[in-house]
Design a protein around this ligand. Structure first.
Ligand SMILES: Cc1cc2nc3c(=O)[nH]c(=O)nc-3n(C[C@H](O)[C@H](O)[C@H](O)COP(=O)(O)O)c2cc1C
Length: 346
């Protein structure tokens, strides 16, 4: 499978635009899973289950600690496909109450010399009602689903809480945990919601609603890697005060430091969040900083530049309990998930 990806599929996919390659790959897997012998082969090739991989986190049982990061399946359309690739959990979204187109294309770029991506997608998604309809469909057993929630671009920041509340209420019956995304660099002004007062108010509001439910669900906060230590300290205080279930560290970075891709080429691509290998170290640093201060009381989901079992272990050793991947799936192919699991077992 790996040879097939490296020698045939990857060169072909890298010839296409990244967005086209993304939809074509998923379409391929969707069709293949409908053909019995191919489906059996795919499920066999990616399957690796072992009780040593299981984790109990925020009261949920994860069959393994490797998740699909948000943004890959914004509309919840790929749940069966991604479940068969061997993830322990999938995060759908970021969803906004109303459908929106996102930024004009091109808005997703590969930086092969850095095994990185730059994106300024801008929360393109089909809206809350569509996502709910996808989540109502039957799903493969054993997979946990997180709902990553955001606000529409046209919603001013002082009305943002209503967007998050609408997403929270509509998704509540259908997801296992929530992620409050205030850290995407591609929605103007969004990251201002990471500041102390607005963040405290938003998380408190969601937690109040959550506590009114018969069985509250874990709510996590996803943060940017570009926060200063002082800003991280504020986040820590708010997470404690609102008794949040956990933190996802980190989203993409606006930094362009340390890239191998020539600077003029990078500049020509324009604004956007950088992900993949160049983000690895900073994301790990943020995880370590948070874990040293929060300890075991607040589980951390580590994400940013994980492209091997060694990278996953680095995040876990820095204090993450679970990890997620996105960019490396494009460079390493879907066998990456099995390889990480195998590596964690040895
Ligand atoms: C094309 C693309 C779209 C993304 N969209 C979202 C999103 O909608 N919501 C979100 O919380 N993170 C989004 N992310 C960030 C990822 O979930 C992840 O935090 C980041 O890419 C770092 O992980 P990686 O280095 O493994 O890619 C996106 C990333 C990429 C590359």
């Amino acid at each position: 499978m790996e040879l097939l990806y490296r020698s045939i599929l990857k060169p072909f996919l890298f010839y296409l635009s990244p967005e086209r390659a993304h939809s074509l790959t998923i379409a391929f897997f969707k069709i293949a899973l409908r053909i019995p012998f191919l489906s059996a082969w795919i499920k066999g090739a990616f399957k690796l289950e072992d009780p040593r991989l299981e984790r109990e986190v925020f009261g949920l049982r994860f069959r393994n600690p490797i998740g699909l990061a948000a943004g890959f399946d914004k509309n919840g359309e790929y749940i069966p496909v991604m479940a068969h690739l061997g993830f322990g959990f999938l995060e759908v979204g970021t969803v906004t109450p109303r459908a929106q187109d996102g930024n004009p294309k091109p808005r997703l770029f590969r930086l092969p010399a850095d095994k990185a991506l730059i994106n300024r997608m801008g929360f393109n998604n089909k809206g809350l009602d569509y996502l709910v309809r996808q989540l109502q469909k039957p799903r493969p057993p054993g997979i946990l689903i997180g709902g990553n929630i955001g606000k529409n671009k046209v919603t001013p920041n002082d009305e943002a809480n209503a967007d998050y509340v609408a997403c929270f209420e509509a998704l509540f019956p259908f997801v296992d945990y929530f992620v409050v995304n205030v850290s995407s660099p591609n929605t103007p002004g969004l990251r201002e919601l990471q500041e102390k007062e607005p963040l405290q108010a938003l998380l408190q509001k969601l937690q109040d609603l959550n506590r009114e439910k018969q069985t509250p669900k874990p709510i996590l906060l996803k943060i940017a890697p570009d926060l200063s230590d002082a800003q991280l300290d504020d986040i820590i205080a708010i997470v404690r005060e609102t008794r949040l279930a956990g933190i996802i560290a980190t989203n993409t970075t606006i930094s362009r430091d340390g890239l191998h891709t020539p600077a003029p080429l990078v500049e020509a691509l324009g604004a956007g969040g950088l992900s993949g290998q160049p983000l690895r170290e900073r994301a790990t640093e943020v995880i370590r900083y948070l874990h040293e201060r929060l300890g075991e009381e607040t589980p951390i989901v580590g994400v940013g530049g994980i492209g091997s079992a060694k990278d996953a272990r680095e995040k876990l050793e820095a204090g993450a309990t679970l990890v997620q991947v996105y960019s490396s799936l494009i460079y390493e192919g879907p066998t990456l998930i099995r390889k990480i699991k195998q590596g964690l077992l040895t």
